[in-house]
Design a protein around this ligand. Sequence first.
Ligand code: KG4
Ligand code: ZN
Length: 354
Amino acid sequence: MSSVNEPLVLGIETSCDETGVGIVRGHTLLADAVASSVDEHARFGGVVPEVASRAHLEAMVPTIERACETAGIRLHDVDAIAVTNGPGLAGALLVGVAAAKALALGLGKPIYGVNHLASHVAVDQLEHGPLPEPCIAMLVSGGHSSLLRVTDVTGQDGGVDPMGQTIDDAAGEAFDKVARLLGLPFPGGPHIDRAAREGDTVAIDFPRGLTSRRDLERHRFDFSFSGLKTAVARWVEAKERAGEPVPVNDVAASFQEAVCDVLVRKALDAAASEGIEDLLIGGGVAANSRLRHLAEERASKLGIRVRVPRPGLCTDNGAMVAALGAEMVARGRTPSSLDLPADSSLPVTEVLAV
Ligand code: KG4
Ligand code: ZN
């Protein structure tokens, strides 16, 4: 239930190829308008930064209007504006930050520049209620793969602490690259997910990156997916050279199993090592059906609870930014200054811009 005493926050997300505008009241989602430029990038097999920036510029005002209409509010009603100020594509971030500043200035409302990664964590409150803190958050998307220890999602007193991250490709990037090898469209994650349902997870024994005893000494909570991607490429090439058909569903299932196995293993190891009983999974790859299933299955045996937002809230959106903004207001954090910068390589520890 939402109460009028809870903060009404509009959030803007433009770090990659989705122009997202979300409106929340406290933990209640009122609108989640997303305009994606993904189709414009598809023929390049990846997001083209300049194309994304221009698309954000064109989509911004209509998306704000659509969100207000869905939420049944006027812009003047909002208590604060929140915006992703990093990490992400520099030009794309600038469009969102400029729009948020214009709104904050024009409406005379406070602005909160917030971290994209912490927003992926905060969004779960819209679906499952107050975040369990501390929790382990595993964020897996096209741009990031990290394990975080979250004691305060607003970042107060080192509240978001990185335990590990990818040392090469992000998990979603691996999905996208392998999909391309298999002739599946971009972005590849959902297509691999679908193909894998018809395939055999143990058909091919693909490598599990950074899981050998030696690697675990230095990289216990880090990920690596580039070796796996190369192994898939070699395997597919060998088949093609031999003039044999590539069993797309089996490759998809075996590849997906290798990614999910490592992700879940490391996330649960992180939780166990910290004595933490709540694991939250977010980011685009958290929409993966096998990842959700495997995490649930293995975590329940260890008495660890798993929270995963519904797929539409896992991929980039404005509601997640509004959710974190509302949390900033609720916890009395000091708003950012109107000259807050967009920072493409913003560290995860910097949750709120000063
Ligand atoms: O969080 P997101 O929307 O954008 C980034 O911040 O990157 O994540 C997009 C990524 C893409 O790499 C896409 O292939 C992947 O999430 N993805 C999936 C699935 N749905 C989206 N990966 C695996 N399985 C899925 N069902
Ligand atoms: Zn993201």
